[in-house]
Write a protein that binds this ligand. Structure first.
Ligand SMILES: C[S@@+](CC[C@H](N)C(=O)[O-])C[C@H]1O[C@@H](n2cnc3c(N)ncnc32)[C@H](O)[C@@H]1O
Length: 250
């Protein structure tokens, strides 16, 4: 249900340009592990291209052909070699292992069913070389914000961005929270001065609660060895914005 959100990859990059401090964190993890890196849900390569430029052998698995094409274009432009694979992280089967597997920037939250999450973790486990790690980040759900999701369309000024083709792009968002599924079902409207609602895209994101995440990982044969609440490796607390987990094979 979120395919359209990723259908204009250049627009996505302008909305979420990526960069520090998340990028610094993942680069440091790649350096700490050494060797090969696999990212699941690699998007337009905002993490993986700089990691490959640091000298790591990188593979990116991505569902969206549009995001993958943009990743390939950006890597070629920078002269960086990355193996790009179109595929679904639930059915990961690359027939080899990696020293670091990364699932960054909430990509995991596109898997809604517990069975899909466990299938993904089991597949990751099979792709870990001896001593390898899985590092992932997902947001830390705020029950206050989830309860405020009332389905009303609102302008989000903090998300406005400049687009070289369209001028300033404004973003409106509405969402409701399905508590049984633990999924926020949102709609994002993108408008320029010339064209209102030039893109209307559903976006559905699961919430994974802090007590749930280690259990889901353990069902996949993985163990959380470090959990941070910010990019500076601060401790995970109730009010942390993110759950940043470093995992090893159990
Ligand atoms: C929020 S973006 C993050 C992109 C990238 N990891 C980054 O840090 O910029 C989530 C990405 O996950 C991809 N995705 C969603 N479901 C997927 C799946 N089942 N398998 C592989 N990729 C998936 C989307 O197409 C999208 O590119």
């Amino acid at each position: 249900m979120s395919e359209q959100f990723y259908s204009d990859a250049q627009l996505y990059d302008r909305l979420f340009p990526g960069g520090e401090p998340a990028l610094d964190f993942y680069r440091a993890e790649a350096d700490r592990q050494g060797g090969s890196v696999l990212e699941l849900g690699s998007g337009t390569g905002n993490k993986l291209i700089p990691i490959a430029a640091d000298g790591h052998q990188c593979t990116g698995l991505e569902l969206s052909p549009d995001m993958l094409a943009e990743a390939r274009r950006k890597a070629d432009e920078r002269g960086v070699e990355v193996q790009w694979v179109q595929g679904d992280m639930r059915e990961l089967d690359l027939g080899r292992t990696f020293d670091l597997v990364v699932i960054a920037a909430n990509s995991l939250l596109h898997l809604h069913d517990a069975e899909d999450l466990v299938a993904c973790f089991r597949a990751v486990r099979r792709h870990l070389a001896p001593g390898a790690r899985l590092v992932l980040d997902v947001y830390n759900p705020s029950v206050r914000l989830l309860a405020q999701a009332d389905g009303v369309r609102r302008r989000r000024d903090e998300l406005s961005f400049a687009d070289p083709d369209r001028g300033v792009v404004h973003v409106d968002v509405a969402g409701t929270y399905d508590a049984a599924a633990q999924v926020t079902r949102g709609t994002w409207w993108f408008s320029s001065d010339a064209e209102a609602d030039f893109l209307v895209a559903p976006l559905e994101m699961r919430s994974i609660f802090p007590q749930e995440l280690p259990l889901l990982l353990s069902l996949g044969g993985l163990r959380v060895v470090e959990r941070f609440g910010d990019w500076a490796r601060g401790p995970f607390t109730a009010g942390a914005a993110i759950q940043l987990c470093v995992c090893e094979a159990d």
